[in-house]
Design a protein around this ligand. Structure first.
Ligand code: CA
Length: 226
């Protein structure tokens, strides 16, 4: 099945170049030049992944991301104007799946897109399993987490983090190991783990399990045995 990518970028030169390379790679693409059009296309085109610029007319990239992530698990790669901006964005804990700073080469972008799309699904080489922790059920076959049978709306990265922690409850797991387990092909830094973890904990807290994941000082995280 052809994978669909929505390119959201108000600079037509960048948008056209990206589109050209993505089409050459066999992806189906659509382009939006402002945030409102991006959301319209996101609804109708139903992309597998969105390449999202931050500075956009009408509605900026941050608002577009918030809207998308509140509704669905669509993968989003942020395009930032400066490398330093990545740190600021990570601090906000918005839950984008990856970040690329401009200027970037189309080859870099494609490598990031492939990596993100690869980890969006279940790893085909991993045996599907269901892990139960008290009222929580982690189903790697359906890529679903439920708390008291209520489904949690997690991003692919949040799912992988929770799954990796839950395989060995009680064990302190380093940020580095979590980064490798959840974002293997990305060059994200270890603090990206903190940002995704913050969102994951928030969702778990909202579902009634606020203390499942414990911070292990200067190491990383562990699951508290229920
Ligand atoms: Ca822009």
């Amino acid at each position: 099945m052809t994978q669909k990518i929505l390119i959201v970028e108000d600079d037509p030169t960048i948008a056209d170049t990206v589109e050209l390379f993505l089409r050459k790679e066999g992806y189906q693409t659509e382009k939006a030049r402002d945030g409102l059009r991006a959301l319209e296309l996101w609804q109708h085109f139903k992309p597998d992944l969105v390449v999202l610029d931050i500075g956009l007319p009408k509605l900026d990239g941050l608002e577009v991301l918030k809207h998308i992530k509140s509704q669905a698990d669509t993968a989003v790669i942020f395009l930032t104007a400066r490398a330093e901006e990545v740190d600021e964005l990570l601090g906000l804990g918005l839950g984008a799946d990856d970040y690329i700073s401009k200027p970037f080469s189309p080859r870099t972008l494609i490598a990031h897109i492939k990596a993100v799309l690869r980890r969006t699904g279940v790893n085909a080489y991993e045996k599907p399993e269901v892990i139960r922790l008290g009222t929580i059920e982690i189903d790697t076959y359906r890529v679903m987490v439920t708390v008291n049978t209520q489904a949690l709306n997690l991003t692919p990265t949040e799912f992988k983090l929770l799954h990796h922690l839950a395989r060995t409850p009680g064990r302190a797991i380093s940020r580095f190991e979590l980064l490798e387990a959840s974002m293997p092909e990305s060059d994200a830094l270890e603090r990206a783990v903190d940002s995704h973890m913050k969102n994951l904990r928030q969702k778990l807290a909202e579902a009634g399990v606020p203390e499942l994941i414990e911070t292990v000082r200067s190491i990383g995280y562990r699951i508290v045995q229920p």
